[in-house]
Design a protein around this ligand. Sequence first.
Ligand code: BES
Ligand code: MN
Ligand code: MN
Length: 456
Amino acid sequence: MTQAALQYAASNSDRFLEELKALIRIPSISGISDYHPDVRRAAEWLAAHINTIGFSNAQVVESIALPLVYAERIIDPSKPTVLVYGHFDVQPVDPVSLWHTPPFEPTLKGDSLYARGAVDDKGPTLAIIKALESLIATDGLNVNIKILLEGEEESGSESISHYVEHNVTALACDYILILDTGMVAKDVPTITHSLRGMTYVEITANGAKGDLHSGGYGGIAPNPIQALAWVLADLKGRDGFINLPGLYEMLRPLSSEERAILDRQSQQRGEALMAAAGIDSFPGEQQYSAMERMTSRPTFEVHGIIGGFIGEGTKTVIPAEAKAKVSLRLAPGQDSHKVFHLLKARVAELAPEAVKMDVVWLNGGEPLLLPLDAAVLKVAAAAYGAEFPQNPVEYVRGGGSIPVAALFDSKLKAPCVMLGFGLSDDNVHAPNEKFHLPYYNAAIRTCIRFFSQLGE
Ligand code: BES
Ligand code: MN
Ligand code: MN
């Protein structure tokens, strides 16, 4: 059975690649509203495509914001049900000038397919669908499948969160499969069992009612950019400690075994991580290992600051307003809304006199920590490990976030399996994103084996 599906995938691999290219050509950027019609087109493309591979009920599902795609194929209620998740939206492409090829024209160079969304997450998502096609076409699908895809993962996951909350019974499943994470190194099969959460906000600082002459008012007027700089510096010191009372108290402590694993992984990966980023040290909390800081500690990052004058020449002005976009990554135990309220209160407390500061919630999600003893992980490790027999399967905590994953865990209460096919030099979210194309086929084969084995 499995063999026939693997054979089908091999015989159809050229077409599978063309289909991935077609999906990639749709510029489904969820973060920019001008592209929302394209996010919808990607949803329509996927629903129609899923109906061509043997599903009959795939549909675009309207929710509170951008649409979702849902399909199911129930072959036998006594068989296990797998809920498959992926996202078809992508990050913005700016700065476009740094791309070597057009971001939405998939370009093959050697083994790499360059394009926005190639690895995050169109390639891996379509790989699951191509595995299902291969199994259905060869009469080998022996598990029930529910497919739930979203077009808003990169910008809040509002719609899918709402949908999951209201469709707990319809989404009932035994296992959840997600291909949206990375590998620790080339050809090392990597199962991610933890993700961080997030609280993403915009901080606005307002001083006078309009811009002021810096001579006429200098020395007596409030400066919102300066005030924002003070507050941001107060919130995180040079030692990397986040000065937000209550934040660390929520953190689930690590056992000495867990910490030892992170220490070992830091030894193994530290150099490569530095080299890939072009840095020669890791600033931050020196008393914790790099991997602990990257996966199991909260972060505070300023993503951008805007305000005042930055044009050609000089302009002596005291700006009336400044803004910053800031996020905290949250580690297991921390709650995104509680952190938001702590931050809002703390900013109000730190704001200097005469500058009004407001903190607005933009995006967020909860962290996730999965037990490593779920039986399904053994099945997944065997299916995945078979692709990379030269290396043992690594189990890692991820530093990134997939907001709906924690919701699946808390509402559907089924074990989640996250198999990674991204490499650290894939330029995820950056110019020249790529997908290591052999992993498209490896992901398809892994999923074929995984589904087959679960249905045995
Ligand atoms: N695929 C990533 C998440 C990821 C990356 C998990 C690497 C584990 C390892 C996902 O598409 C992503 O980028 N998520 C955003 C979510 C955020 C906007 C709420 C992230 O992590 O920044
Ligand atoms: Mn992703
Ligand atoms: Mn992403």
